[in-house]
Ligand binder design. Structure first.
Ligand code: TXA
Ligand code: MG
Length: 330
């Protein structure tokens, strides 16, 4: 990015945790590692601190933030968690599942974009958990990318995009999963709905809930998005280079265009070809997806062609294809 970088990357040492927790309590922003993607965190109970998140990301105030906790005991202050929420939390937390629940008055309206519900999650990255605990407050954190761009999966990605806007980045290594959490809407307990697919699948959720869990389709327009789930616009996570989707790619021409495959091709390929996982394992593919799109988005290629995951290849296919479709939407 153009602005001069003021950001420093901090290693997860006891001294740095104490320092960064202090910055958070003082109302500053800290980029944090998580098992899904890097987040840009602030004290969730401090409206002014959270306003800084919207400003740094260029995020519209209609797009609410996820609030992160390190223990179930922090939930009470934030939301009304019914028996279904508690059951899911016990099964999948800490982990890549976000629950949308009725909020309490303690959560600033800015955090929830004025909605009466709040999205909550207990991340499983040990450094993120430790920072929440040390800060002593729940942390609001969206993905640490400029609004609309690809989510960061390393501390370097965060510095490259937001280095001119934030001062503190905690480095917890590359994100283990590489895709944002599954968001489950539990406002109507009889009709749980996935607002964003992630590493926790509809099948896993319905097994615990004992009922069908439906997948909301991405909204195409702003008004539609505002009605279903704010911030769930179809176009999102997009590289600047146009992305074209294919069910299968077998030819890698022209050389001025890039080709992203799920698995390593048999035979020869060119420098314009990437594969997300050698064997086509979707866990490996999810982990590499955003970093690969970023790497190919430096202006060298006219277009990025990408292969979709096949649904039979595993539970992550929905989540991977959701991000690919958003990246390709114009
Ligand atoms: O994996 C993740 O979820 C990462 C890490 C940092 O935890 N965070 C993340 O946040 O992806 P973000 O801001 O990029 O996506 C949050 C989305 C919003 O765009 C919105 O769609 C949904 O969560 N959301 C938040 N609060 C909501 C609410 N009250 N009702 C409905 N949807 C909500
Ligand atoms: Mg995001």
């Amino acid at each position: 990015m153009t602005a001069k970088s003021v950001a420093r990357i901090y290693r997860p040492t006891a001294r740095n945790f104490a320092f960064l927790a202090g910055r958070l309590r003082a109302g500053e922003l800290v980029a944090v590692p998580s098992e899904t993607v890097y987040g840009l965190a602030a004290n969730a109970l401090d409206e002014r601190a959270c306003a800084g998140i919207f400003k740094a990301k260029g995020r519209p105030s209609t797009d609410p933030l996820i609030v992160h906790v390190h223990a179930l005991s922090q939930l009470e202050r934030l939301c009304a968690a019914g028996p279904d929420a508690i059951r899911l939390a016990r099964k999948f937390w800490p982990g890549p599942l976000t629950l949308v629940l009725p909020k309490t008055a303690a959560v600033p309206d800015l955090v929830t974009a004025g909605k009466p519900s709040v999205a909550v999650r207990m991340p499983r990255h040990p450094d993120f958990l430790r920072l929440i605990e040390r800060a002593g407050v729940p942390l609001a954190a969206p993905s640490a990318n400029p609004f609309g761009y690809i989510s960061p999966t390393t501390a370097e990605h965060v510095r490259a995009n937001l280095g001119g806007k934030i001062r503190y980045i905690l480095d917890g290594g590359p994100a283990e999963i590489g895709l944002e959490s599954t968001i489950l809407d539990l406002r109507d307990s009889r009709r749980p709905r996935i607002l964003r697919p992630g590493a926790i699948s509809a099948r896993q959720l319905s097994r615990v809930l004992g009922c069908e869990v439906e997948l909301a389709v991405p909204a195409r327009t702003r008004t539609q998005a505002a009605q279903i789930a704010p911030g769930m616009l179809k176009r999102h996570y997009s590289p600047r280079t146009p992305v074209v989707l294919h069910s299968r790619i077998e030819h890698f021409q022209p050389a001025s265009e890039a080709f992203v495959l799920m698995r390593k091709p048999a035979g020869l390929s060119g420098t314009n070809v990437r594969w997300l996982d050698r064997e086509g394992n979707l866990r490996g593919a999810a982990k590499q997806l955003f970093a690969t799109l970023r790497e190919l988005d430096d202006g060298r290629y006219r277009r990025i062609h990408a292969e979709l995951a096949r649904p039979g290849d595993g539970d992550l296919a929905d989540a991977i294809n959701d991000r690919l479709r958003r990246a390709a939407a114009r």
